[in-house]
Ligand binder design. Structure first.
Ligand code: ATP
Ligand code: SF4
Ligand code: MG
Length: 333
């Protein structure tokens, strides 16, 4: 057991389709301390969302199989009944999704949805729930919160809907918020506002956050630690300042080098060649090997996540390689 708020150990997720079963994450391990904001990055299909859904106990029942352990405040999710898990969800751990319109219920007002979430988890009166919902709308920066309480989701802009989703997620004051690409569907100015709201709330409420995103620039602004996933595995984990300046895994280095902020200063954008392998194409040994410029025969052996001094890395050549990163100033610019 550790002092971590969240301790994920060897989390493997499998999906079933008929008699066939595919493994989409393999032995994913990471921790989040109380109040800590951790970024989870990786290309499309790497397993970020399924990891978030597993933490929430929201993977489709009967069609998925999860192994490994998830401890929240020392309590093991695997030992919980679905009823106990429902109590944890929303109350101690909440999730916001990329597209708020599909997560909000179109037939209830924003205020009703926030109040109902609160009343499902806390013993509060209708009047108290209304007051707390208006307070939550205020906290996420929604103007005229009393009026917005009675608005339906379709009456709000995309940015306001995402703020309303955040209000629902935080009204029970969870210890951990999972934010899955919360700004991707929004324009750049609104993105910046939402990220500011989330960062401010974490600091004010002492809430920890797992920030899932493709955008390393946003991670640099908001997170203190970074977890990089590739093809269902964690390949690097470390303090943001260390990883940005000196990534230890060639995949993290590739992601950092393909940042648009750096591209403005260079003639061409150094993209990572190839694409994430499908389950059927998964190479033996290092899963990044077909795309890695530093691959050697030793990389054909299975790679484990080992201590790198400042974090953990899954690359047998990590000590000999000096890989380019992105200076923090350039990323945040
Ligand atoms: N319900 C499901 N049934 C079967 N396979 C699934 C299911 N949900 C996700 N997967 C598979 O799991 C893998 C990981 O998907 P996931 O959605 O977690 O990726 P991601 O890293 O969140 O990608 P993106 O950046 O595009 O959101 C993918 O190969 C995906 O096809
Ligand atoms: S183990 Fe080898 S192939 Fe994999 S990332 Fe490291 S150097 Fe590249
Ligand atoms: Mg996703």
């Amino acid at each position: 057991m550790t002092d971590a708020l969240l301790d994920v150990r060897d989390l493997s997720i499998h999906f079933r389709s008929g008699a066939r079963e595919v493994q989409v994450t393999r032995k994913v391990s990471f921790t989040i301390a109380p109040g800590e904001v951790v970024g989870l990055v990786g290309e499309s299909g790497c397993g970020k969302t399924v990891t978030g859904l597993a933490l929430m106990g929201l993977l489709p029942r009967g069609r998925s199989r999860v192994t490994g352990n998830i401890f929240l405040g020392g309590e093991d999710f695997a030992a919980m009944s679905p009823r106990q898990m429902r109590r944890v969800r929303g109350r101690r751990i909440s999730m916001i999704f990329q597209e708020p319109m599909s997560a909000l219920d179109p037939v209830f007002t924003i205020g009703e949805q926030i109040s109902e979430t609160l009343r499902a988890h806390r013993d509060v009166s209708v009047g108290e729930a209304r007051a707390r919902a208006i307070e939550a709308l205020t906290q996420v920066g929604i103007p005229e919160p009393e009026l917005r309480y009675d608005a339906y989701p379709h009456q709000l802009s995309g940015g306001m809907r995402q703020r309303a989703m955040i209000a629902i997620a935080l009204v029970c004051e969870p210890q951990l918020l999972i934010a899955d690409e919360p700004t991707t569907a929004l324009d750049v100015t609104v993105q910046a506002q939402i990220v500011e709201v989330l960062g401010g709330l974490c600091a004010r409420l002492g809430m920890a956050m797992l920030f899932i995103t493709h955008d390393l620039g946003l991670v640099a602004e908001t997170c203190s630690r970074l977890v990089t996933m590739y093809a269902g595995e964690v390949v690097e984990e470390g303090h943001i300042d260390d990883v940005l300046v000196r990534p230890r895994h060639p995949y993290s280095s590739g992601l950092l080098r393909s940042l648009p902020a750096l591209a403005q200063r260079k003639a061409t954008l150094p993209a990572i060649p190839g694409r994430v392998p499908t389950v059927a194409e998964m190479p033996a040994g290092c899963r990044f090997r077909p795309r890695c410029a530093h691959a050697r025969s030793v990389c054909e052996d299975p790679q484990s996540l080992v201590d790198s001094g400042n974090g953990h890395v899954r690359c047998c050549r990590q000590e000999e390689l000096v890989l380019p990163g992105a200076l923090r100033g350039e990323v945040a610019a």
